[in-house]
Ligand binder design. Structure first.
Ligand SMILES: Nc1ncnc2c1ncn2[C@@H]1O[C@H](COP(=O)(O)OP(=O)(O)O)[C@@H](O)[C@H]1O
Ligand SMILES: [Mg+2]
Length: 227
């Protein structure tokens, strides 16, 4: 079996925001206001902030869905997304077909099956390839969306409050899977996780707060104080 480490192109991402401003067309004030930060190491990065503070807008700027009104973004990463509600993201009727939809290279049938098995295995869904989507729990669907990022060789996954619709068991499972992927010594993965659940912050390697259109400095979770 080919190891997923050999087939993924998991380079370290490099994202830099330089005095980025963004305002929505019908609103005068900047949602993102002179925001500067960088992410240039692997690991689990987390952002907290009040509702409406601009966290989701920031992710859309990172993945290029939105362009800054002012300032400059340097994006050297292959960015994947995991949304709050997996039903807004999953398009196909089975795990296998959803994963195949996300493969971005020409591969043989054997390589495809192998990559599907490895991706499902890495999110704790071994043997789920033929499972219809409607039989999955919310947490299993979230894990499938993470497997879709893995299979499409993303090296930087943005997760926008991925556990807010999940029960506490599934919440922990999704968090532990992301933690394991980012901790993998041979081929670490990078994730930026938005949360409003403060108890999740202790899993992160670095935390920042979104406030007044800016991201605070990155801090170790033990030192982090939420205002
Ligand atoms: N598509 C949109 N059109 C106009 N305004 C938006 C849109 N999406 C978000 N906003 C506004 O931008 C601000 C920040 O929203 P958002 O980034 O979703 O915050 P958060 O994710 O932190 O809750 C809010 O005032 C929100 O109303
Ligand atoms: Mg949001």
């Amino acid at each position: 079996m080919i190891e997923i480490e050999d087939t993924l192109e998991n380079k370290v991402p490099n994202i830099t925001f330089n005095n980025v401003c963004f305002s929505w067309p019908e609103k005068k004030e900047h949602v993102i206001n002179n925001c500067s930060f960088s992410i240039n190491e692997t690991g689990l990065w987390m952002i907290v902030g009040k509702n409406g503070s601009g966290k989701s807008t920031l992710l859309k700027l990172i993945n290029g869905l939105l362009k800054p009104t002012k300032g400059f973004i340097n994006n050297l990463a292959n960015v994947g997304m995991v949304f709050q509600n997996p039903d807004h993201q999953i398009l196909m009727p089975t795990c296998r077909s959803e994963l195949i939809l996300n493969i971005n290279k020409k591969l043989s049938r054997k390589e495809i099956t192998n990559k599907i098995d490895i991706s499902l295995n890495r999110v704790g869904l071994t043997g789920f390839d033929k499972r219809p989507i409607h039989t999955l729990s919310g947490g299993q669907k979230q894990r499938l969306t993470i497997a879709c990022s893995l299979i499409s060789d993303k090296n930087f996954v943005l997760l926008d409050e991925p556990t807010s619709l999940l029960d506490s068991y599934s919440q922990l499972k999704v968090l532990e899977i992301i933690k394991d992927l980012t901790n993998n010594k041979r081929n670490p993965f990078t994730a930026l996780w938005i949360t409003h659940r403060l108890e999740e912050l202790s899993y992160s390697d670095a935390v920042a707060e979104m406030k007044n259109g800016k991201l605070s400095d990155w801090q170790k979770p033990l030192n982090f104080k939420y205002n």
